[in-house]
Ligand binder design. Sequence first.
Ligand code: ADP
Ligand code: ZN
Length: 752
Amino acid sequence: MDRPYPARDCVKEKRWRIHNLCSTLISPNARPRVKVLLPLPLADAYDYGVPDGLALAPGDFVEVPLGARRAIGVVWETIADDAVNGVPDARLKDVFSRLPAIPMPTANRDLVDWVASYTLAPRGAVLRMAMSVPDALEPPKPRIAYASRDTLPDIRMTPARERVFALLESGPPRSASDIAREAAVSKGVVTGLYKAGALDEVALPSAAALDSPDPDRPGPTLSAAQADSVQALAEADDAFSVTLLDGVTGSGKTEVYFEAIAATLRLGRQVLVLLPEIALGAQWLRRFEARFGARPAEWHSDLTQARRRHTWRAVADGSARVIVGARSALFLPYADLGLIIVDEEHEPAFKQEEGVCYHARDMAVVRARIGDIPAILASATPSLETVSNADSGRYRRLHLPARHGGAELPAISLVDLRRDPPERQTWISPTLRRALAENLAAGEQSLLFLNRRGYAPLTLCRSCGHRLQCPNCTAWLVEHRFSKRLQCHHCGYSGERPDDCESCGATDSLVACGPGVERMAEEVMNFLPEARFVVVTSDSIRRPSDADAFVQQITNHDVDIVIGTQIVAKGHHFPKLTLVGVIDADLGLAGGDLRAAERTYQLLHQVAGRAGRAELPGRVLLQTYHPDNPVLQALAAGDRDGFLATEAEMREIGHWPPFGRLAALIISGRDSDAVERVARELARTAPRSDGVRVLGPAPAQMSLLRGRHRWRLLLKATRNTPVQNQVRYWLSQITIPGSVRVQIDIDPYSFM
Ligand code: ADP
Ligand code: ZN
C-alpha cells in the first residue's frame, strides 16, 4: 500500500507544528544556535545548539547528531538570540564539533542556494554535490614510510627480505604498500621487518604539492584576429561579464582563452575550465602543460580517492591554480576563483539529467555572477540560448572567423543514398567507398562516423517479427558482437544472444537489423581488407589513459580508418585525417525532439571539423536519404548563421526556448497504476494562468526505464513567467505517495 506522505513532508509537517506550539514559549536568552544544512535530500537546514566554548560561523563544517547517527553538515546561518524560534531549547541537540577544515566559502553556499531555488531540488541534495569528498574534511593522515637502518639486528634472511633491503638501499623511504608492490613481497614481510627492528619508520609529507602553472612562459605568436580577441578579453575588467568566443574549429579559441587564463593567474586568482568530456582531454592537457609548464588539477569521476581528497584541499587552500573538470567541478570550494571557461558550451553533456537536474553552462554563468568574475563560453557551434544572449547584448561576442595558419575548412558534400545506394546489407555507398579507398592509397587517414555503439541496434525474428527488448526498459537490446552480448544502453542489462526465438521458438531465425559501429568495421574489413582500423566508442574509451592511447595510435599513423561514435567528434586534432564519412546523417533528425535540428547541426559540424586541420585539405561526405533537409543543406553550404536564424525564428513563433520556458515533471514508480494516478492528478491541478500551458499527462516515450514506469507532463510558459513558483505551487497541492517519485526538470533537454 502507498504511504500517505513521502518522508520529507512528514518531517516538515512535524517541524511546522512544533514551531507553532513553541515559538511563544522560548525564552529570549535561549542558548546560541545555528542552522546546519546536511548533504541529504532535505530542503531545510536544521537547528542545533552551540556548546559553550565553540565559536561557529557560516560555512564551518560541523559534525552533528542526526537521530542515532552522526552526520557532517555546514553551518548555513548563525541565529541571533532574539530571532530564536523553532525547536525548543529542551529538545535542541548540540553540535558535536567543528571539523578542522577550511570553511565552505560564501560563493559556494550562495551557489548551492541559487541552484536549489532554480532547479527546485532540495537544498541538501545540492549541498551533497558541493561536499562530494567528505574525507577531505578530515585532517590529512600522515603517511608512514619505511627506511632501512644502518645497523641491522640479527634476523633470519629470506629472499623476500633481501629484496626489501635491496629496494630500500637504492632509493628513498617508501610506504609499506609501495615496498610490497615494488619488491614483490607481501605487506606482512614489511611489517615483520619493522617489528624485528630492521626498518625505521618515517613520516612522509601528506601528498606532493601541485605544480603551479607559469603564466609568463611564452605562448605562440597570435594571429591578428586572435590578438584582437585577447585584447578584448583583457579590456573587460575582472568583474562579472560573459563572453561568447565564437570561432570555427581550429581557429585558435583554445590559444585565446589560454591567454585569458594567463592573465587571471597573474592576478593570483584561480581558473576553472569546464570541458564536456574530460576523458577526452588528454590532448588538451598536453597543450596546457606545453603552454604553462605544469599540469592543471583535474576533476572528474575517474580520480582515485586520494587524488580527489588532495585536489579538493588544494582548491580550498588556493594552491590548485587551474582546475579542469567535468560539470561537478563547479561545486568545488574555490579559495579565490577569478575566471570560468566553458569550452564547447553547446554540448548536451553539460546538462545533468538525474538527481539535481541542472545545466552546468548556465550554472557556470550564475557562479560567475555570484563571484563577480568573467565567464568565457567557447564554441564553433554555439547553442541557440547563448547566441540569443549575444544577439540581445547580454553576452559579448568575439569572433574568430578563420582557421589558424590558413588551413581550409573541409568541403562538405551530401551523398544522396536514393541515387547512390549501398549494396544490400551494407551501409557505405559506392561514392564513400571510393573516397575511402583513394584516401587509403594516398596514405591519409579517414574517419567513419556513426553514432551507434555495438553491432546492430535491433535483433528481430524473421519468422514471427518478435523484437528482442530489454526486460526493464522500453528499448531494444543492442547486439555487441565483440563481447557476444545483447545490451540495454539505458539500464545496463546484458544477456546472451539466444539461438532460438524466445517468442515463436523458431531456430536460426534471429537477424541483426541496421548498423552499429562494429558492423561498419565488418564492412570495412570486407571491402578494404588491407586497411588498419580501430573502433572507438564509450565501450573502448573509459578513462583518460584510453583516450591518450587512442590519440597516440592515430598520431603515430598506426591506423588508417577510425570508426567511431560521437566520442571521436570532439576536440582532437589529427593532421593526417583528411576524410570524414558520416554513415547516417539523418539519424539525429528523426523523432521531433525540440533541439534535434540544432544538435544534428552541431554534432555533424563538429565531426566534419575533424577533417583536414593541417596542411592537407579535408573533405566530408554526409550520407542521407533526405538531401533537401534544411539542416543538411546548411551544413553543406557552411551557412551556420543562416541555419541559426531560421531555427530561432521557428522557436520564437512557437514560444519554445530560448523564447519561452519549459519545465518537465517526470512521474515514475514500480507500480504503473500509482504512477498514472499521480500523473492524472497533476494534470487536474495543473496551473492555468495566462502564458502557461501544460502538455500531458502522457506515458513517456521511454515508458519503462530501469523497471520504473514513467509518465510526463510538460509546462510551457512565456519567457517572463516565474516557472519555479508555478511548479512549486502545483506540487504543493497534491500529496504524492511514497512509492511514486516526481522529478522536476527545469529547462529540460531530454524529452524521453
Ligand atoms: P580551436 O580551439 O578554435 O579549435 P585551437 O586553439 O585548438 O583551435 O587551434 C587549432 C590548432 O592551431 C592547434 O593545433 C593550435 O596549436 C594551432 N594554433 C592556433 N593558433 C595558433 C598560433 N597563434 N600559433 C601557432 N599555432 C596555433
Ligand atoms: Zn534496460
